[in-house]
Design a protein around this ligand. Structure first.
Ligand SMILES: Cc1cc2nc3c(=O)[nH]c(=O)nc-3n(C[C@H](O)[C@H](O)[C@H](O)COP(=O)(O)OP(=O)(O)OC[C@H]3O[C@@H](n4cnc5c(N)ncnc54)[C@H](O)[C@@H]3O)c2cc1C
Length: 468
């Protein structure tokens, strides 16, 4: 979420009052940089770490194929666990391996396109931030994008990465065909008509079916969108959520904890003239919320007062441009995240419980709670399989404790029928997923057939994909 420099008003008088009361002490004591891991282990293997620093490994071998056949050959010959990495932006233990880590950073770019069908063939290692301009150059755009665009195309789709908007699926909903290099050394082309079971099972596949090397995406014409960011009373956002979802092309909101405010972000198609987005203010905004937390952590009403003073009356921000320039944001404040997708009908009830729990028990939380809507799809391991979903995400600052995700937040989201985001923190194992996914067994049968020696399974995936 972004606020403007107006939030700097938070300092000044409030800080003096709270500082005098000694309220900053605990925060200053806790606010320390976590110890860095050794860059190299005893065997001389280099450290791999994910973006959020929740996962790491020292892979003995690192491979970077340049084509599908090479990827398949490498996979057949490599020592397991063989894990493929995209941009390392998943929070869960999907990627770590001490054996073989494969990167598709040498397999990038748009490989071909069809102006009639608006389809494009894309190398699977392409980062979303490169894909936007490359598609724009051929008059195409992806229908939707996630909140950041750092992910690789395969890394994003393998975990069901999504944006928000009524009738808009997660990114993998646009996959028409993909090529998969398997541990048997084959390259399978998969679509609704060719290897269709693999298509259904592996479109969201956690990198556990093989290496996706190329995809054909169904795109849309390049359009211009109007992005409006505004502050609203959070109760109005919750009450009006269904109407907002129906009214806008893309809509999401953030609840600013310990305040009566929320931030609404909408995107709608427009032919209005371009108004480029301004400099990103997200880091400033989050640091101001942190400042309010640090100073007023144990003085809830003072915190609400300070936030109100900083937020009330902040002007609307408007930007108009091509969608790929506006839909994703910079999120440079390192965090930890839990996100569940609940049935849309129960989303606001679940959100109210989550907000109440955070405000009652976790005064250390300051990052806004994110709320989005996602259309159903038919990929067997998609968290949106067969149902209209509403997502709820709680974040903590990277220096703060996040164990309460599993004891306080997750039980609420599970009670509301939620399925966790594959790339975000959760405590679920095989039996839990088996109960949440109607096609779980069929998907795992396809996986076991493609990878009979379980070469692609690291310890985390064994807990998720193997009966305990
Ligand atoms: C700051 C931040 C913001 C985020 N915002 C959003 C958001 O708005 N919406 C959302 O849904 N998620 C979001 N995420 C989560 C993120 O999109 C997912 O975790 C995504 O999987 C990360 O992509 P990646 O390229 O980093 O993949 P990685 O994390 O590197 O890998 C993810 C999975 O993909 C597999 N994989 C990678 N490449 C291949 C390949 N070529 N073939 C087969 N498998 C492969 C890996 O083995 C792994 O299982 C966010 C994460 C962060 C850190």
């Amino acid at each position: 979420m972004s606020t403007t420099r107006r939030a700097l008003l938070l300092g000044g008088g409030g800080a003096a009052v709270a500082g005098a009361a000694g309220l900053t002490g605990r925060r200053l004591w806790l606010d320390r940089e976590p110890a860095a891991l050794p860059a190299v282990d005893r065997s001389g293997h280099l450290l791999w770490q994910n973006w959020s620093a929740t996962e790491h490994a020292y892979p003995a071998t690192r491979l970077a194929p340049t084509g599908a056949d090479e990827a398949a050959h490498m996979l057949r010959m490599a020592t397991g666990p063989v894990r493929t990495v995209g941009a390392g932006h998943s929070f869960t233990g999907l990627v770590p391996t001490d054996a073989t880590l494969v990167s598709l950073d040498r397999m990038t770019g748009v490989l071909g396109h069809d102006p009639a069908t608006l389809q494009a063939s894309v190398a699977a290692g392409t980062r979303l931030y490169d894909l936007g301009p490359a598609l724009a150059a051929i008059g195409q755009a992806m229908p939707n994008l996630p909140d950041i665009n750092k992910q690789s195309l395969a890394g994003g789709t393998q975990t069901g990465t999504h944006g928000t908007g009524h009738g808009l699926t997660a990114v993998h909903g646009g996959i028409v065909e993909f090529d998969l290099a398997t541990p048997r050394g084959e390259v399978l082309t998969c679509s609704a008509t060719q290897n269709s079971e693999v298509f259904d099972a592996a479109r969201v596949g956690l990198g556990a079916f093989g290496i996706v090397t190329r995809m054909t995406l169904q795109n849309q014409p390049l359009t211009r969108v109007k992005k409006v960011t505004s502050l609203r009373h959070r109760d109005d956002l919750m009450l009006g959520w269904d109407d907002l979802v129906g009214k806008h092309r893309n809509v999401e909101f953030y609840v600013i904890p310990f305040s009566r405010w929320g931030q609404l972000i909408t995107h709608d198609d427009t032919h209005e003239p371009i108004r480029p987005r301004g400099p990103d203010t997200d880091t400033d905004g989050q640091m101001q919320l942190k400042q309010a937390r640090d100073i007023f952590e144990f003085a809830g009403s003072l915190r609400a007062w300070a936030l109100d003073r900083a937020i009330a009356g902040m002007p609307e921000q408007i930007a108009i441009d091509e969608g790929w320039k506006l839909l994703s944001n910079e999120r440079s404040v390192r965090n930890r995240e839990i996100e569940y997708h609940v049935p849309r009908e129960t989303q606001i009830a679940a959100l109210r419980e989550v907000v109440e729990a955070v405000e009652r028990y976790r005064s250390d939380v300051f990052i806004p709670i994110e709320v989005r809507a996602i259309a159903p799809d038919a990929a067997w391991l998609s968290p949106f399989y067969g149902r209209e979903s509403g997502s709820i995400a709680v974040h903590t600052f990277y220096k703060d404790d996040y164990q309460f995700f599993f004891t306080l937040i997750e039980p609420i989201l599970r009670r509301h029928g939620g399925r966790p985001h594959w790339g975000k923190l959760n405590s679920l194992t095989y039996a839990d997923f088996a109960a949440l996914y109607p096609r779980w067994k069929e998907a795992l049968a396809v996986r076991d057939h493609l990878d009979p020696e379980a070469k692609l399974l690291n310890p985390y995936l064994r807990r998720v994909l193997r009966r305990g």
